[in-house]
Unconditional design. Structure first.
Length: 147
C-alpha cells in the first residue's frame, strides 16, 4: 500500500476493481489497510513530536502528583513545567539562602555603626571592606552569579 487513500472504501475499490471479493478477502484487505494506516500515522507523529521515556519511582511520582495543580496527566504537567523553566531562565538556581546574606548585612551594619562612632580608623575600614567582599561572595554563591 504505497499510495495514500482518502478512506478505507477508496482502498477497497482499487484493490477489488477487477473481481468480486469474498467476505474473508474484504476483512483481510481492511486489516491490511488499517495496519498500514496506523503505521503511517505513528511515523508522522514521530517525525512531528519527539518522544522521551521518563521512569519515576513511587516516591518521585508521589512528589510530582502532590505538586500538580488540577492537571489531567503527569505528562502534561511535566511538559508545562519544562517549558516554564526553560522560558524563565537558562539555568535552574537553588533556593535562595537569605539567612546567610542577612547575617552578612547585619555584620556590615554593625561595622558601619562603629565607624560612625569612632573616627574612621584604617583597620576598621579594611575590616568593613572584607565584610562587604564576603557578602558579595555569598550573594554570588547564592544566585550562581559571576561577572
Amino acid at each position: 500500500m504505497g499510495k495514500l487513500y482518502k478512506s478505507v472504501h477508496d482502498y477497497l475499490d482499487e484493490v477489488f476493481a477487477d473481481f468480486d471479493p469474498t467476505d474473508q478477502e474484504i476483512a483481510e484487505a481492511k486489516r491490511t489497510y488499517w495496519r498500514e494506516y496506523n503505521r503511517r500515522l505513528i511515523a508522522c507523529r514521530r517525525n512531528k513530536y519527539k518522544e522521551f521515556v521518563v521512569r519515576l519511582d513511587k516516591q518521585t511520582l508521589a512528589l510530582v502528583r502532590s505538586n500538580m495543580p488540577n492537571e489531567k496527566s503527569v505528562t502534561q504537567f511535566l511538559q508545562k513545567l519544562i517549558v516554564q523553566i526553560l522560558t524563565k531562565s537558562k539555568h535552574v538556581s537553588s533556593p535562595i539562602d537569605t539567612a546567610l546574606i542577612e547575617q552578612q548585612l547585619f555584620l556590615i551594619i554593625e561595622d558601619l555603626k562603629e565607624l560612625i562612632e569612632d573616627e574612621a580608623k584604617n583597620e576598621k575600614v579594611e575590616h568593613l571592606i572584607s565584610r562587604i567582599t564576603s557578602c558579595l561572595t555569598a550573594i554570588e554563591y547564592t544566585f550562581d552569579y559571576k561577572e
